[in-house]
Design a protein around this ligand. Structure first.
Ligand SMILES: [Zn+2]
Ligand SMILES: [Zn+2]
Length: 175
């Protein structure tokens, strides 16, 4: 949803609270679409600080389905999003020689709420997601989920880098 800040910016000391529904059904991160399992409306307070500056304070909670890094089972991952930002529109309107404001969720005096939330999720996105601490992953040979099934595949296939270490150890043994 796009929220116009133009009116608030014209009223000195104006502060408004709003609840903005989150529209996204899926969030695209790292080449994958992640299903939105649940979402709360964004509670946002917009305050006119004067001198063409606006403060944004808000909070929402979004739960995404993210595949486990080891077994690929989907895990519900909650994102507690807290927004505490200040936008300086003098900077936004900077000339070509000045440093531009890199915030992409502001266009003119419009605030793109979906983009704002997306940026926050991107910042908080975990490097690794595990369904449980001791997830056994999937068998590299037959592909079964080792948390649910066992298989009789030979798991001793060494990583080529590990094999190199093994050679060094063998050399020491010979001495
Ligand atoms: Zn797992
Ligand atoms: Zn197997």
């Amino acid at each position: 949803m796009i929220i116009s800040l133009a009116e608030i910016m014209q009223i000195p000391n104006e502060s408004r609270q709003m609840e903005i529904p989150v529209e996204a059904e899926r969030i695209h991160v790292a080449g994958m679409d992640h299903k939105v399992i649940s979402k709360e409306p964004l509670k946002l307070t917009v305050t006119n600080l004067g001198n063409r500056r606006v403060a944004l304070q808000g909070a929402t909670k979004i739960v995404l389905a993210i595949p486990c890094s080891r077994c690929l089972d989907e895990v519900d991952v909650p994102f507690e999003i807290e927004i505490d930002d200040e936008i300086d529109f003098r900077q936004k309107e900077a000339g070509p020689d000045e440093i531009p404001d890199e915030r992409v969720y502001i266009d003119g005096t419009n605030l793109d709420v979906e983009r704002l939330i997306y940026d926050e999720i991107l910042l908080d996105f975990p490097l690794q997601t595990l369904c449980r601490e001791d997830c056994k992953g999937i068998c590299k040979v037959c592909g079964v989920n080792l948390n649910r099934e066992t298989c009789s595949c030979d798991q001793t296939v060494l990583d080529p880098r590990m094999a190199a270490f093994q050679d060094i150890f063998d050399q020491f043994k010979e001495v």
